[in-house]
Design a protein around this ligand. Structure first.
Ligand code: DX5
Ligand code: ZN
Length: 217
């Protein structure tokens, strides 16, 4: 069963609690939280303080996507704030294996993220250690961008290695996922779809999620 992870980046931050409850009621599986530092990506968003405020108001697993430099410095803070998953960019980690172990040591599920232009080969040695592989289908920084379809073969490649090596991580896709692009991701091997604008830009969030699920059948 494909899971949907609405990204609160496209929510109305003036009423964030209501927005989160709304997508939870609408059938979301995870809540995707985009953390940006103004260095790794050209935008600034959410810190551990907000994750801590969100934690008690929802039962959804919190999927924290770190788009920050020096993630090791902040992983313990996001873990304490209540993250269920923490994903870090391969491009931001000098010692990726150490960072993945740091996340797991905090009792949090660990994932690695690749930008659209980064080769799958660079994370092959770490696949046996992760719970999640997040493949970006836009350049990170903003919601509402266009899906980069040249990433699709990378989804298939990661799914093929998972199969061949008998591994069990989930594959998550992030960026430009909507009713027109979801199916190609799922057909290539995606298990979890992040959707920001394709959920929050519609007044009826249940309809929006159902439409995405319908499109992949
Ligand atoms: C982009 C973020 C995404 C973003 C997706 O940097 O990582 O999670 O919110 O937004 P949409 O679904 O609108 O492309
Ligand atoms: Zn994201």
């Amino acid at each position: 069963m494909t899971k949907i992870a609405p990204s609160i980046l496209s929510a109305n931050f003036a009423k964030l609690g209501d927005e989160i409850k709304d997508v939870e009621k609408a059938g979301a599986d995870y809540l995707h939280i985009d953390v940006m530092d103004g260095h790794f990506v050209p935008n600034i968003t959410i810190g551990p303080f907000i994750v801590d405020a969100i934690r008690p108001i929802t039962d959804l697993p919190l999927d924290v996507h770190l788009m920050i430099e020096d993630p090791d410095k902040y992983i313990p803070l996001f873990a304490k704030a209540g993250a269920d998953f923490i994903t870090v960019h391969q491009e931001a980690c000098t010692h990726l294996h150490r960072t993945i172990q740091l996340i797991k040591g905090e009792g949090v599920k660990a994932g690695v993220v690749l930008n659209p232009a980064t080769s799958a080969e660079l994370i092959r040695p770490i696949l046996q250690d992760v719970d999640l592989v997040l493949l970006m289908t836009v350049n990170p920084g903003f919601g509402g961008q266009k899906f980069i379809s040249s990433v699709v073969p990378k989804i298939s490649q990661i799914a093929k290695w998972r199969e061949e090596d008998g591994l069990h991580f989930d594959i998550e896709i992030d960026g430009g996922v909507n009713v027109n692009t979801a199916k190609t991701c799922v057909d290539a091997g995606a298990d979890i779809l992040v959707a920001g604008s394709a959920v929050f830009n519609f007044p009826d969030r249940k309809q929006a999620i159902d439409n995405i699920l319908q499109s992949i059948r």
